[in-house]
Design a protein around this ligand. Structure first.
Ligand code: SAH
Length: 343
């Protein structure tokens, strides 16, 4: 059986090729073609002999994902990709163009086991974790297809990255490595529903990437409405893990807060959110809140709050010393915005 090359670290690749290629510099050249020059086929490895290229083709698969569908927003140029794995599972990734730096929002699982009540990914059947290769191939393929350099990566697509910790970690290593993708740690964000032990582990590994906590609620009752399967972690435990992450990594923390009309968007909720963050030492320049007005999802009866109440929520946070952004929905015409990555 052929091995999927992107699933292998360079050490594993070296081992797999030891009978074919003896010289280290040749392995480095191959790695360069894969991760730096991003060649889409072995034939593209032009400074590698034909003989070795053929052997690579006999032993390995370079691309395991198929782009099944591609939709481009006429509003803002956002592109939504539907990928299919070799075992015919589907998932999504989104290209987010920007004048300063293009980003991609990638998936870590096909389907999602968490089932947040407001999210269409949660409405899909959970299939499996994506592998190291399947995570990074999304970026390679999008860069190739969109013909644009990608400078930022958001683990905010389908799935819960912290429930696929090993492959998340493997992919972070290759994204951060200067000999591979070379993406700056401040330009990578891992978003989590709040898997406390995994947040602490990521803090201890200290990759320095940004962490986004999908908090969404100011008390447990509210959070259970939004995230019925809250995986057993309380709001104080999640915030405490965020504080630990900040202290260990010197990085930045984003608190994500979806705003759903009549559920968690009142002025009292904004005051409570500020109080909660203050109690956890999280009102400081390294923390910001992302307010995400609910994006409509098929089959979900939640409503988006009026613009004035979103603004009011933001102002209350501001008066309490907390910076916040209101996240603009991208690719709304192609269902590419937060929470719309379902079928
Ligand atoms: N499982 C991770 C990664 C997915 S990130 C996490 O929960 O953080 C997806 C982000 O989009 C989360 O912050 C989520 O709250 C937000 N989101 C999901 N559905 C949404 C919707 N319908 N409208 C607006 N934001 C949504």
């Amino acid at each position: 059986m052929k091995k999927y090359l992107l699933d292998l670290t360079n050490a594993q690749l070296k081992d797999a090729l030891k009978h074919v290629i003896a010289q280290d510099y040749r392995i480095n050249q191959i790695s360069d073609w894969i991760y730096v020059k991003k060649a889409a086929s072995f034939d593209g490895f032009t400074n590698i002999s034909k003989d070795i290229r053929e052997k690579l083709g006999e032993k390995f698969i370079l691309r395991a994902l198929k782009i099944l569908k591609k939709e481009k927003s006429v509003i803002d140029g956002t592109i939504r990709y539907t990928f299919q794995t070799l075992d015919k599972k589907q998932f999504f990734a989104v290209f987010l163009p920007s004048k300063s730096k293009n980003s991609v929002c990638i998936s870590s699982q096909t389907g999602c086991p968490v089932s947040c009540a407001f999210c269409s990914s949660g409405k899909t059947k959970f299939c499996r974790n994506l592998s190291r290769g399947e995570i990074i191939e999304q970026i390679l393929q999008i860069e190739n297809d969109a013909k644009e350099k990608i400078g930022g990566v958001l683990f905010m697509g389908m799935g819960e990255p912290m429930l696929n910790f090993n492959n998340l970690e493997q992919s972070l290593k290759v994204l951060l490595s200067n000999k591979e993708f070379g993406i700056g740690k401040r330009h990578i964000t891992v978003s989590t529903v709040g898997i406390v032990p995994a947040i602490k582990k990521l803090a201890d590994e200290n990759y320095g990437v940004r962490l986004a906590l999908s908090l969404h609620a100011v008390d447990e009752k509210q959070r259970r409405i939004l995230i019925p399967n809250n995986l057993g972690f309380t709001i104080p435990e999640i915030l405490n893990a965020g504080k630990y992450y900040l202290k260990k990594t010197n990085s930045r923390l984003t608190v994500e807060y979806i705003l759903v009309k009549g559920i968690n968007d009142s002025a009292a909720d904004a005051h409570k959110l500020a109080r909660l963050l203050r109690q956890n030492d999280l009102i400081n320049p390294d923390v910001q809140a992302n307010l995400i007005p609910f994006n409509p999802v098929n089959g979900v009866s939640f409503q988006t709050p009026a613009e004035e109440s979103v603004q009011k929520f933001k102002n209350i946070l501001k008066l309490s010393g907390l910076t916040s952004n209101i996240r603009q929905a991208k690719g709304a015409d192609i269902s590419a915005a937060c929470g719309q990555l379902g079928y």
